[in-house]
Design a protein around this ligand. Structure first.
Ligand SMILES: Cc1cc2nc3c(=O)[nH]c(=O)nc-3n(C[C@H](O)[C@H](O)[C@H](O)COP(=O)(O)O)c2cc1C
Length: 393
């Protein structure tokens, strides 16, 4: 039995949310509802109260609230899952911009897990570029949008914007999480190796691939930790340890290794670092300058000695030539179960791009080509294959 918090905002699809509550109740879950004032114009709190056998929360400053509780904080802490259905264009815009001006939006801000959002609105409201931009923002925060359906609307228009059916939302909310109980450790982004207080050497890496893997694994129910080098992408909603250098990344991986089932090393770790760090900024007194470099620890090679029988290690190989040969050599020397190879000589994929095309080489000698797809799809493919190996161990 889980605690489901249902946020209801002011759209005509409110009546469908009664069915969602009923389905969750019948499945034995505890259900609480937070409504906006406008939602109450479509369906009364009493209707939700009757179905959920709990108070329906509306006013943030209602007289008579229990002084021992702070509703928006307590509700956010209480919920195992939080879904906004229907989510109006207005409430989505507020979520995208961090506005907290009613009990529903105030409860969203302290909620630490992934929100599920079921948009419901007229076709033109949905297609409006501002709404689309807000949906993208909200998704980038790590929340999940439950795609609206296409068809006839209450306003007689036809098109996309109808709230997903309550049965479908119920399915998504209560879906079996294949990775539940599995502990996944992911590294992402570059490392930065300081030369002096203002300069460093680094590798090209946006961290998008590693972040996509972390997000997908957590969507599939895994307990995910992400160790990220310096990146400027949005990592909201993820459990992140931030590091700068390869040595810091190695230490963070080591600290978490014993408690990990699947390790996915998507970070672009600098192979070399300056042999000496200058405490003072180096002045431009000379025509030429040499920075002697020394080898960084090879994280995967170092920890491969500590690898447990049951663990799955996945590495990445970003190669500009002889992709297959280099990837296979890495697979063997680092005791990996799977290596994901990228051809970085192609400009249309990898690095800052949202798309990728990779080759997967497995320890049993087999391989798989992903074809060009969105990084979240590549992430799913990698996780599914790594999980197959984990189950087989
Ligand atoms: C009859 C009627 C139906 C509405 N249906 C929707 C809807 O389905 N989706 C939506 O985004 N807004 C809809 N609106 C507009 C919202 O109610 C309005 O933007 C309101 O400010 C939303 O407030 P809330 O997000 O705090 O609930 C509707 C308004 C009316 C009068």
């Amino acid at each position: 039995m889980s605690n489901y918090l249902i946020g209801v905002s002011g759209g005509i699809a409110c009546y469908k949310t009664l069915t969602l509550c009923r389905l969750l109740m019948k499945a034995g879950h505890d259900v609480r509802v937070v409504m906006t004032e406008n939602a109450c114009k479509f369906v009364t709190p009493l209707a939700f109260e009757t179905i959920t056998r709990n108070r329906a929360y509306v006013g943030e400053f209602d007289a008579g609230l229990d002084p021992a509780t702070i509703e928006h904080i307590d509700l956010a802490g209480w919920a195992d899952e939080f879904v906004i259905a229907p989510a109006t264009a207005n409430t989505i815009a507020k979520i995208a911009h961090g506005i907290a001006d009613n009990l529903l939006t105030s409860t969203i801000l302290p909620y630490k897990k992934r929100l599920l959002i079921a948009p419901a609105m007229n076709v033109d409201m949905y297609a409006n570029p501002i709404t689309q931009e807000n949906l993208k923002k909200v998704e980038a925060m790590g929340h999940m949008i439950i795609d609206p359906g296409t068809g006839e609307m209450a306003c007689d228009a036809e098109g996309k914007g109808r709230m997903a059916e309550p049965e479908d939302i119920f399915q998504i909310l209560t879906a079996e999480m294949p990775l539940k109980g599995v502990k996944v450790l992911v590294t992402a982004g570059p490392t930065a190796e300081p030369i002096d207080p203002v300069r460093y050497i680094t590798n090209r890496s946006s961290g998008k691939m590693g972040a996509a893997i972390a997000r997908k694994a957590s969507e599939m129910g895994a307990e995910v930790k992400l160790i990220a080098g310096p990146v400027s992408i949005n990592l909201n909603g993820l459990n992140v340890t931030s590091v700068t250098t390869a040595e810091e990344m190695l230490n963070a991986v080591r600290e978490n290794l014993a408690d990990t089932d699947m390790l996915i090393m998507a970070a672009a770790v600098a192979d070399y670092k300056p042999a000496q760090y200058s405490e003072k900024k180096i002045k431009k007194n000379n025509e030429e300058m040499n920075v002697p470099l020394t080898r960084n620890p090879d994280i995967l090679k170092t920890i491969s000695a500590e690898k447990l029988e049951k663990q799955v290690f996945v590495g990445f190989a970003a190669e500009s030539n002889d992709v297959k040969e280099n990837a296979l050599a890495k697979l063997q020397s680092k005791k990996l179960d799977l290596i994901v190879a990228n051809d970085i000589s192609r400009g249309d994929i990898g690095f800052e791009s949202d798309e990728n095309e990779v080759s997967l080489y497995f320890a049993d000698g087999t391989n798989l080509e992903s074809g060009k797809m969105h990084k979240s799809e590549v992430a799913k493919l990698i996780i599914n294959r790594a999980f197959d190996i984990f189950r087989g161990k």
